[in-house]
Design a protein around this ligand. Structure first.
Ligand code: ATP
Ligand code: MG
Length: 141
């Protein structure tokens, strides 16, 4: 069963390049509603916790440094079939493989600096949303 929420981050490359507004417009035009949103910056430690699942991967250290290198937007999004539909909207991890018209095809600069994050399961969407937001910060249940 799929739930109707996912979690996203506009990563430091896209935020720093001034693409946050254009990306949020694409997200809203694709039918996602904003449930919670904030601008913040991860510490290296917080990035390490968020991406702990990738701890054993060779790119983990670089990923944590990159994700804590500048401000991001964190947001919870609502739509029917949110997790799968959002992964489709953002495109493949490596922008070179991302389909035309996807957010990563348009705005990512490398496999690491790939503009946006999207949760990969309903369970992780809930965990990741709660990493950034308290219940009080979420609207429109
Ligand atoms: P995300 O979880 O950010 O939505 P994803 O699910 O498409 O991305 P993951 O495999 O979960 O991809 O990797 C998490 C992040 O780690 C990627 O988005 C990217 O920033 C970075 N990453 C993944 N693979 C590599 C790699 N081979 N080299 C460098 N960075 C990588
Ligand atoms: Mg992932």
């Amino acid at each position: 069963m799929s739930t109707n929420r996912t979690f996203t981050m506009i990563k430091p490359d896209a935020f720093g390049a001034g693409n946050a507004g254009a990306i949020l417009k694409m997200i809203e035009e694709a039918g996602f509603k904003l449930v919670a949103m904030k601008i913040t910056q991860l510490s290296g430690e917080a990035a390490g916790k968020f991406y702990a699942v990738h701890q054993a991967r060779p790119f983990y250290k670089d990923l944590c440094a990159y994700m804590s290198s500048g401000p991001i937007i964190a947001a919870i999004l609502e739509k029917e079939n949110a997790v799968a539909d959002f992964r489709k909207l953002i495109g493949a991890t490596n922008p070179a493989d991302a389909a035309e018209g996807t957010i990563r095809k348009l705005y990512a600069t490398s496999i690491e600096a790939n503009a946006v994050h999207g949760s990969d399961s309903d369970e992780n969407a809930a965990i990741e949303g709660s990493f950034f937001f308290s219940e009080m910060e979420k609207v429109g249940v």
